[in-house]
Write a protein that binds this ligand. Structure first.
Ligand code: NAD
Length: 496
C-alpha cells in the first residue's frame, strides 16, 4: 500500500498540509487502496503558478507536436487497460466490464483528440476587399482547471484534459476524493508519454479546499467541471467575478419512454442496464421509466423479475452484475430516498433494502429497487438519487409521455422504445435533452459526438466531439490586407 503525491511542475510532491486521506474499496472496507495528499489552497496556488509559467512555452508548441505526446499516452493507456480497470473497480466499485469501458473511453478520447492536433479547423472566407485575406483561428485560453466526479474516474478526466492540452492550454487537475488512484495513474501516463513539466498538474484533496481555490484564481481562464448541480452552481457563482469561461456538466433524471408498440424484451433489457448499470450512479442513468398503460403490467412484471435476479457483489468477481454504492454517504442517500418514496405512496415493486450479510458484509450494497405506480411529481421521480432506484410511471398517450419526460429540472439523456418511426422522430424533436436514443437505453456515448445536457444539467457547452474544442479554445478573427494601400470597408463600385 503506497502513499501517493501531488504532481506539480513535473515533480511528485507532498501537500503543504502534511496530511493524508485514505482511499478504501467500497465493496470491502478492509481493503485500503492508498493514502493521498489532503491538499490545501496553497498547493492549488503552486500548481496554478506552475501551469501559468508552462503555458508560455506550451502554447507555442505546434499542435501536431503536442498531439504526438497524446498519441503516445493513448497507447500507454491501452497497454495498461486491464490493470487500470482493476484498480478502478477496487477504488469505486463498478463491475470490471464497466471499468474496462471507462478506460476504453479514455483511450478512444485520447486518440480522437490527438487527431485534432492536425485539424482544429478554422474558417477562411472571402474578404469584402481586394487583396485581403479573412479567416478565423482557434487560440488557447491559458490555465485550465479540471474538476471531476468519481463515477467515471478516467473517462471524464480524459474528456477534459486531452482537448485542453491539444488546444495549447495547461492544466491543473483536481479529481474527486473518492477516486484519486485513477487520477494519479492517468497523470503518470501523461508524464511517461513526455508531457513537459508544469503542463499538467495534479492536486488531490477536498472540494472546498482545492476546488474552490481553482474557481477563484485570476490566472485560471477556463474551468471545466463535472459533478452535482448544487456544486456546479457554486462553481458558476465563484468563477463569474473573474469572467472565466465555465463549462458545467451536472446532475440528471433521465427517462425511458416505452410505447404500446415497443419490443418489450428489448425495453426491459434497456431499462435494466440503463437503471442499474454502475449501481444507478451514472449521470445518464435511466431513473425514470414512463410506460404506456396498454403494456404497463406486462413490462413491469418482466422488469421486476429481471431486477430481482441481478447478482449484486464485488465488481472484481466476474459473476457480479451490479456493484456497491460508492460510499457510505451515497448508500445513506439511497436508503433515505427509498423511505421518501414509501411515504409518498409509491408502490415498492422490488428491493428497497440494504444488503448487509455474507459477501455484502464489508461494503455499501443496496438491492436493485423498483417503485411502481409513481406519480410524475413525486420527489423520487424529480430528484437525482444516484443509486439503484428506478421509478416506473404509467401514461395514457405519447403526448403525455413526452410531457412527463420533460417535466424535471434536468435535461441530459432520454430514450424511446417504439416501432413507429414517426413517433421516434417526434420524441427526438420534443424531448429537451442533450442526448437522445431510439430503442436503446439512456447510457453509452461515443467520443466523437458532443456530450452534455440542457437546463440544470449543463450551461450550454458540450464535451467530446469537436464541440470540446470550443470549451478549450477561443476564436480569433484575422484580417490580412496585402494591397499596400488604405482600403475603405465599402467597396467603391468603380473598382469592381
Ligand atoms: P460533486 O458535485 O460532489 O463533486 C464533483 C467535484 O467537485 C469533486 O471533485 C469535488 O471534490 C468537487 N467540489 C466539491 N465542492 C467544490 C467546490 N466548492 N468548488 C470546487 N469544486 C468542488 O459530485 P460527485 O458526487 O463527485 O459526482 C456525482 C454527480 O456528478 C452527480 O450529480 C452526477 O449526475 C454528476 N455527473 C454528471 C455528469 C454529466 O456529464 N452531466 C457526468 C458524471 C457525473
Amino acid at each position: 500500500m503506497a502513499n501517493h503525491y501531488n504532481y506539480i511542475d513535473g515533480s511528485w510532491v507532498p501537500s503543504d498540509s502534511g496530511e493524508l486521506f485514505e482511499n478504501r474499496n467500497p465493496a470491502d472496507q478492509s481493503d485500503l487502496i492508498g493514502l493521498f495528499q489532503q491538499s490545501t489552497s496553497s498547493d492549488a496556488d503552486r500548481a496554478i503558478e506552475a501551469a501559468r509559467r508552462a503555458y508560455l512555452r506550451w502554447r507555442l508548441v505546434p499542435a501536431p507536436r503536442r498531439a504526438e505526446i497524446l498519441f503516445r499516452a493513448a497507447q500507454l493507456i491501452a497497454n495498461r487497460k486491464e490493470e487500470l480497470a482493476r484498480d478502478m473497480t477496487r477504488e469505486m466499485g463498478k463491475v470490471l466490464d464497466e471499468t474496462r469501458g471507462d478506460v476504453q473511453e479514455a483511450i478512444d478520447m485520447t486518440f480522437f483528440m490527438a487527431g485534432e492536433g492536425r485539424r482544429q479547423y478554422g474558417q477562411t472566407v472571402p474578404s469584402e476587399l481586394r487583396d485581403k485575406f479573412a479567416m478565423s483561428v482557434r487560440q488557447p485560453l491559458g490555465v485550465a482547471a479540471i474538476i471531476t466526479p468519481w463515477n467515471f474516474p478516467m473517462a471524464i478526466p480524459s474528456w477534459k484534459i486531452i482537448p485542453a492540452l491539444v488546444c495549447g492550454n495547461t492544466v491543473v487537475f483536481k479529481p474527486a476524493t473518492l477516486t484519486p488512484l485513477s487520477a494519479v495513474s492517468f497523470v503518470k501516463v501523461l508524464e511517461e508519454a513526455g508531457i513537459p513539466k508544469g503542463v499538467v498538474n495534479l492536486v488531490t484533496g477536498g472540494g472546498e479546499q482545492v476546488g474552490a481555490a481553482l474557481t477563484v484564481a485570476e490566472e485560471v481562464r477556463v474551468v471545466s467541471f463535472t459533478g452535482s448541480t448544487a456544486v456546479g452552481r457554486t462553481v458558476s457563482e465563484r468563477t463569474a467575478p473573474s469572467f472565466k469561461k465555465t463549462h458545467l456538466e451536472m446532475g440528471g433524471k433521465n427517462v425511458i419512454l416505452i410505447m404500446d408498440d415497443a419490443n418489450l424484451e428489448l425495453a426491459v433489457e434497456g431499462c435494466l442496464w440503463g437503471g442499474f448499470g454502475t449501481s444507478g450512479q451514472r449521470c445518464t442513468a435511466a431513473s425514470r421509466v414512463v410506460v404506456h398503460e396498454k403494456v404497463y403490467r406486462a413490462f413491469l412484471d418482466q422488469f421486476v423479475e429481471r431486477a430481482r435476479a441481478l447478482r449484486v457483489g464485488n465488481g472484481l468477481d466476474p459473476s457480479t452484475q451490479m456493484g456497491p454504492s460508492v460510499s457510505r454517504g451515497q448508500l445513506e442517500t439511497v436508503t433515505r430516498y427509498v423511505e421518501i418514496g414509501r411515504k409518498e405512496g409509491a408502490r415498492l415493486a422490488c428491493g428497497g433494502g440494504v444488503l448487509a450479510g455474507g459477501v455484502h458484509a464489508k461494503g455499501f450494497f443496496h438491492e436493485p429497487t423498483i417503485f411502481a405506480d409513481v406519480a410524475p411529481g413525486m420527489r423520487i421521480a424529480q430528484e437525482e438519487i444516484f443509486g439503484p432506484v428506478v421509478s416506473v410511471i404509467p401514461c395514457r398517450s405519447f403526448e403525455e409521455a413526452v410531457e412527463i419526460g420533460n417535466g424535471v429540472q434536468y435535461g441530459l439523456s432520454a430514450s424511446i422504445y417504439t416501432q413507429d418511426v414517426n413517433r421516434a422522430f417526434a420524441a427526438m424533436r420534443d424531448l429537451y435533452t442533450g442526448i437522445f436514443y431510439v430503442n436503446a437505453p439512456t447510457i453509452g456515448a461515443e467520443v466523437h459526438l458532443p456530450f452534455g445536457g440542457t437546463k440544470a444539467t449543463g450551461n450550454g457547452h458540450r464535451e467530446a466531439g469537436t464541440a470540446a474544442l470550443d470549451v478549450f479554445s477561443e476564436w480569433k478573427s484575422v484580417y490580412v490586407d496585402f494591397s499596400g494601400r488604405l482600403q475603405r470597408a465599402q467597396i467603391d463600385p468603380t473598382e469592381l
